[in-house]
Design a protein around this ligand. Structure first.
Ligand code: PDD
Length: 277
């Protein structure tokens, strides 16, 4: 594991931040997780662009420079020697004696952690996995990838306790996304996913899936669908940087479609897989 703290390489054990860091005290920070396949970043540019947008939304000035961040990501990957890796990036508003208002002066705390990534078990993709549904109890600005992940964490823990892979959020009966992935269904042979508004993270993988659908003439629409649509769907899958494209075949104990990964899901998985090669 290679760690860069504020632009400097540090030993994992000596990578320390202040007790007054605003990320620690207020969840005042944003993050990204980027995947590396065969030594190459998968859409690093899109992750960095999303991070910049999120920073602007929370009035966070990334004072170290986005180009510098990109350089450090590439340098850290090179030093790691990993071919398949996950790169965790976190930026906070820095450390300052605790007060709710922003510090009048402080510099960002920024971290890059490169870890070797293991692919998830093949049978997950081949057979599909289980999901549960939970009420979406998060705030209304889910498009910002903040480190405030308590609701996501609780949801995922519930899924784990239920022996499921993912927790799917619904807001007043409308499916938004999942605890760490976006949700797609197939209804009447048409691919549906929640519109990219403030109720979901605009997943990079989600965008890639929609591009695959467009290029392969798969009918799709970004529209709100209900919990009932979810249960009655022909196919369901989730998408995410580490999740990739993962079929869901059972939700809350109810079988989805034929109980196996569907045709459209499999064609998208195949096309996605090809992009990572
Ligand atoms: N999670 N929705 C949520 C709430 C997420 O946390 C994520 C990613 C996604 C998928 O986004 P992307 O395709 O850009 O990875 C959707 C990351 C991987 C995580 O928290 O580990």
């Amino acid at each position: 594991t290679v760690v860069y703290l504020n632009g400097e390489r540090v030993d994992y054990e000596n990578a320390r931040i202040s007790v007054e860091d605003r990320g620690f005290q207020f969840g005042d920070g944003i993050y990204e997780v980027v995947r590396v396949y065969g030594g190459r970043f998968f859409y690093l540019d899109r992750h960095l662009a999303r991070m910049k947008k999120g920073a602007d939304e929370i009035y966070l000035d990334m004072d170290f420079g986005l180009d510098n961040l990109e350089k450090v990501c590439r340098q850290a990957l090179k030093e790691s020697g990993f071919k398949d890796a996950s790169v965790y990036i976190q930026v906070t508003r820095g450390a300052y004696p605790r007060q709710h208002t922003f510090p009048p002066e402080s510099s960002c705390t920024w971290v890059v952690i490169v870890r070797e990534a293991k692919a998830q078990p093949r049978e997950f993709y081949e057979n599909g996995v289980m999901g549960i549904t939970v009420p979406d109890e998060r705030w209304n600005r889910c498009n910002i990838k903040t480190v405030q992940l308590l609701a996501n964490s609780i949801a995922k823990e519930k899924a784990k306790k239920a022996g499921a892979y993912e927790a799917i959020f619904h807001r007043g009966g409308c499916v938004t996304e999942a605890s760490s992935s976006n949700v797609f269904i197939v209804r009447n042979k048409k691919l549906l996913t929640h519109p990219a508004n403030n109720f979901i993270l605009h997943g990079i993988t989600r965008g890639v899936v929609l591009e695959i659908a467009r290029d392969n003439k798969i009918d799709y629409s970004e529209e709100v669908f209900s919990l009932q649509d979810l249960f009655e769907a022909e196919e369901v899958f989730v998408s995410g940087t580490m999740t990739e494209v993962m079929p869901i075949v059972k939700i809350d104990g109810k079988i989805i479609g034929d109980g196996v990964p569907g045709e459209i899901t499999r064609s998208i998985m195949k096309a996605y897989d090809a992009l990572t090669k």
